[in-house]
Design a binder for this molecule. Structure first.
Ligand SMILES: [Zn+2]
Length: 414
């Protein structure tokens, strides 16, 4: 009998992979952040990579607030077309360098909007960077000859559950204009404006804006408020994902599915945690979670699991082995592993998959299922036929890479 394949870092790097939950503004190269801060006169607590790692982008954070603190620097430097294009290009390039073949880059365009930059300009800039990196990669002989599958991407726009005047010029102006309206209504209105402009820009500018997302603090800012925006996205054939169950209980995920028509769930960490249910009208908590999980499993609503990020924002998890992923697997949920923020979490897709492999006790078949699920449950731009062909090509290539490693391991070369 053939020896089981050992999952090595080299194997993980060569396998074709996805990252479906990847924030543009959380994934800059530290050197680029420093260079952009210098050219735009943005004050940083340190101008060296080591200094930033010590003060802002750590391995361990005390809480979600500390985790999010770094975003104020990254969004501050991303206020021009050239900065957005550069960061998008480099993000695609960093993914390509570790064998990632498909990414969905998400960000909140409204964080980058001001009097000289509207939503279309923001989205066009990011798209230019991603398209340039894609074309560069796909013109390599390995891809043009058909030996390797091409690189592809989609863009996901994020609405925010809540924001302050300090978040950006756009948000500040919106809050000022509607200063007599309840704040939650203004947040909902910002989401609706984003949904409308995302659909228009997708159609007019031929930009692969494939999905709509909702990010930000769950507690006190329910998903329901953004129903109208999601309804608009839904009616216009845009796919939907929602950050839910990251810091709040199962009913947040319930709202994401029922009110916002979520096709995927970002994090879903507390999906199975009956103790996190806050709604007093839910009497039988076990039954509620069981029904919710069954629905999610049966509809193949995919959970975007970000292991490192979850460990950093929920220090109570403690060790990797306590992560809810193992329970998700026991319930046969569809799961894909993602980085969330390459800079803020100091991670890569390869690192996330090596953690996943550890949880899966080195089972290469289970790992393959999770990786291929990323391609299958992606919001791939283009036709369904095109997507099927792409996934088929990816699976063939995956098998080739595995076979090559299996042979090398058998020959004792690795
Ligand atoms: Zn996220």
């Amino acid at each position: 009998m053939e020896k089981p394949l050992t999952i090595t870092t080299k194997l993980l790097e060569e396998l074709p992979k996805t990252d479906l939950h990847l924030h543009l503004d959380g994934s800059l190269r530290p050197t680029t952040l420093i260079a952009l801060a210098k050219s735009y006169d943005v004050e940083l607590p340190s101008y060296t990579e080591e200094g930033l790692r010590e003060l802002v982008f750590k391995d361990d954070y005390a809480n979600l607030g500390e985790y999010l603190a770094g975003f104020k620097y990254t969004t501050a430097v991303l206020q021009s077309e050239s900065a957005l294009e550069r960061v998008a290009f480099e993000l695609a390039e960093d993914n390509q360098a570790e064998g990632v073949r498909y990414i969905e880059v998400r960000f909140a365009p409204q964080l980058h909007m001001h009097s000289h930059m509207d939503a279309a300009t923001v989205l066009r800039s990011v798209n230019r960077g991603l398209a340039r990196a894609r074309d560069q990669f796909n013109s390599r002989p390995e891809v043009t000859s058909g030996a390797e599958p091409p690189f592809a991407y989609g863009i996901v726009v994020c609405a925010l559950r809540m924001f302050s005047e300090l978040a950006s010029e756009y948000y500040r102006d919106l809050l000022r204009v509607h200063r007599y309206s309840p704040e939650r209504r203004v947040f909902a209105q910002a989401s609706m404006e984003l949904a409308q402009s995302a659909v228009r820009i997708r159609d007019e500018h031929d930009i692969p804006i494939v999905g709509f997302d909702l990010a930000g603090q769950e507690l006190g800012y329910p998903a329901q408020d953004h129903r109208e925006a999601y309804q608009f996205a839904h009616k216009n054939f845009m796919m939907k994902t929602v950050h839910a169950g990251e810091a709040y209980g199962p009913e947040s995920i319930f709202q994401a599915i029922t009110d916002l028509h979520a096709d995927r769930i970002g994090h879903g960490f507390f999906l199975l945690d009956t103790t996190m249910i806050a709604d007093p009208t839910i009497k039988d908590r076990e039954r509620y979670v069981e029904a919710l999980v069954q629905y999610i499993a049966d509809r193949r609503i995919t959970v975007e699991v970000c292991l490192t990020s979850n460990l950093q924002t929920n220090p109570a998890i403690g060790e990797l082995k306590n992560h809810a992923f193992l329970k998700m697997r026991d319930h046969r949920l569809s799961v894909t592993f993602c980085t969330d923020n390459r800079l803020i979490s100091d991670t890569t897709v390869t690192k996330e998959l090596s953690l996943a492999a550890e949880l899966l006790e080195g089972d290469s078949k289970l790992l393959k299922d999770a990786i291929i699920y990323g391609f299958k449950r992606s919001f791939f731009p283009g036709s369904y036929q095109g997507k099927r062909q792409y996934v088929r090509r990816i699976i063939d290539y995956y098998d080739e890479v595995e076979a090559r490693h299996q042979d090398a391991q058998a020959a004792g070369q690795q």
